[in-house]
Design a protein around this ligand. Structure first.
Ligand SMILES: [Mg+2]
Length: 179
């Protein structure tokens, strides 16, 4: 799409109207490439960050001819593989606990990383975009942080939820992913 890049002279920065961001789905914090064209116009391109745990696992799964879900679902197409990943999660969790019992920090790290791997495998099997679910959970958890950047606790240690607190709405996130 074509849009006018505006310039704030007082504070010396370029900006786009926020409605444009909404239209194209860019968010604060996205890395934007600034490419100057020969005709004097500028092309702005969002730099896709494909480095994620889920991408790593998805690549492996594709190479192993495993099922990769496109949208969130659990049905006859992916149930057997999902079950396999649940078993793997159980196995890696036990390895993690075992490493802890033996106080072997290397085995704890190994089990923990394997656990993250197989959880990503489950999400990929189920066609769930992990990052978007994580963002919702993170936003909910961070909504417990009061003004001043701290979490308030009662004397017995229970976290007191400020008015800013909201519950994660995972169903909404999955619907946005095509559930
Ligand atoms: Mg392991």
């Amino acid at each position: 799409m074509n849009a006018t890049v505006k310039y704030n002279e007082e504070e010396d920065f370029y900006y786009l109207e926020s409605e444009i961001f909404e239209q194209i789905g860019w968010k604060p914090g996205d890395d934007i490439l600034w490419i100057e064209n020969e005709d004097g116009s500028v092309t702005l391109k969002k730099e896709e960050n494909n480095m994620s745990y889920q991408n790593d696992v998805e690549k492996f799964m594709s190479a192993a001819d495993q099922y990769v879900g496109a949208t969130p679902h659990l049905d006859e197409n992916n149930e057997a593989q999902a079950r396999l990943y649940i078993d793997l999660i159980d196995e890696e969790f036990r390895e993690l606990c075992d490493g802890f019992l033996r106080r072997h920090i290397g085995d704890i790290a190994d089990g923990g990383a394997d656990l993250v791997w197989v959880v990503q495998g489950l999400f990929t099997t189920l066609g769930i975009d992990f990052q978007q679910v994580w963002d919702e959970v993170r936003a909910s958890n961070m909504s417990k942080v009061s003004e001043g950047g701290k979490i308030k606790k009662r004397a017995d240690g229970k976290i007191l939820k400020p008015d800013t607190y909201f519950k994660p709405d995972i169903d909404r996130v999955l619907k946005e992913q095509g559930l």
